[in-house]
Design a binder for this molecule. Structure first.
Ligand SMILES: [Zn+2]
Length: 341
């Protein structure tokens, strides 16, 4: 056992030393045993890249209580070589992915934008800016995102500013990606620029916050989103401490699950941890469901009646002639069985 009062704190490690005593380590916790504690909760994941996730994920998410998601347009892991691949990607966000999600009873929304990494390819970025208006007014598009800084280059700033103007013109909320490196400076810059362009901070969701950025984001009137992502962003023990310290106003939690090592059940797992830590159901509901709805409903594209009471899809439905069920598959099967019949 290590001494909790030892003074050998790693300054780059944000873990709150005061809480580690009360929270068992993950070897003592099994998700299966905690699922029960969140029965009846509904969850909204406002940041998840389902295009890089599997249908198994949709099944597990629906089972864990996730009723709606927002998929922000992002980086696919390698540079796109031309405008058509952006067109296909945006089309899948408003088309196939939305359909696939609905087949599992999950309402799918998206935000559309040119991501910061690809803003650095100026020729392609110019072309993408020209086609964005073709997508941002489509059904289910609840914002411009995710946009902002990655390496904090001049080109990233240029396209961030142009897209803020686009959001203003289209009267859509903005979802900001904050950089992994030099996060505090990048977050402050992102907010200052949004204010300079006259955006109302209550229309802007600043994402991937941590202990260093949360206070300033909330003080300036923005929404503060937190990504529960293993190893790199926030752990959920830290998240619990943040909610204990700052309350639930304008705070929201997401998974940002994508093609990296990530967890599409980050929200239900964090909710279960909050229940075990004695946080009220009302507060949990705000940070895992209501605040995201409040922020993105400003788009006029998000209606809670579409998912509040759940919905079931017709598995024989097709999208452009293609069904999710391939060759006569059934919509539900027993994943716990060794047999795959
Ligand atoms: Zn993302």
């Amino acid at each position: 056992m290590c001494d909790q009062n030892s003074s050998t704190n790693n300054p780059s490690h944000f873990e709150n030393q005061n809480t580690s005593k009360e929270i068992p380590t993950h070897v003592d916790l099994r998700w299966d045993e905690y699922k029960e504690s969140i029965k009846g909760f509904k969850f909204f994941d406002p940041h998840i890249h389902m295009v890089s996730r599997t249908t198994d994920d949709y099944q597990n998410m629906a089972q864990a209580g996730i009723v709606a998601v927002i998929e922000p347009a992002f980086w696919v892991g390698q540079p796109r070589t031309g405008l058509s691949s952006f067109k296909d990607y945006y089309s899948s966000l408003v088309g196939w992915e939305r359909f696939r999600s609905s087949q599992f009873g999950i309402k799918h929304y998206c935000t559309i934008g040119l991501n910061s990494r690809e803003a650095n390819n100026e020729r392609l970025a110019e072309e993408v800016m020209e086609i964005l208006p073709l997508y941002i007014y489509k059904e289910g598009v609840v914002g411009i995102g995710e946009i902002g800084f990655d390496d904090q280059t001049d080109l990233e700033e240029k396209y961030y500013r142009l897209q803020l103007e686009l959001a203003k013109e289209a009267k859509l909320p903005v979802q900001i990606h904050t950089p992994h490196r030099d996060k505090k400076r990048g977050t402050e810059r992102s907010m200052a620029i949004a204010l300079e362009h006259g955006l109302d901070p209550s229309w802007v969701v600043v994402d991937h916050n941590n202990e260093e950025t949360v206070k300033s984001v909330l003080d300036q009137g923005f929404y503060a989103a937190f990504t529960i992502y293993p190893f790199t962003k926030m752990g959920n023990k830290r998240m619990v401490s943040i909610v204990e310290e700052y309350g639930s106003e304008r705070i929201m939690i997401n998974s940002s699950a994508d093609w990296g090592i990530s967890d599409p059940l980050a929200i239900p797992k964090t909710a279960a941890l909050m229940v075990s830590r004695g946080i009220s159901h009302e507060v949990i509901r705000k940070v895992t469901y209501e605040n995201a709805i409040e922020a993105f409903a400003k788009s006029g594209q998000l209606d809670v009646s579409d998912f509040e009471n759940g919905f079931s899809a017709d598995p024989s439905d097709k999208f452009h002639g293609n069904s999710v069920l391939r060759g006569g598959q059934q919509p539900k099967w027993n994943q716990n069985s060794l047999f795959i019949d």
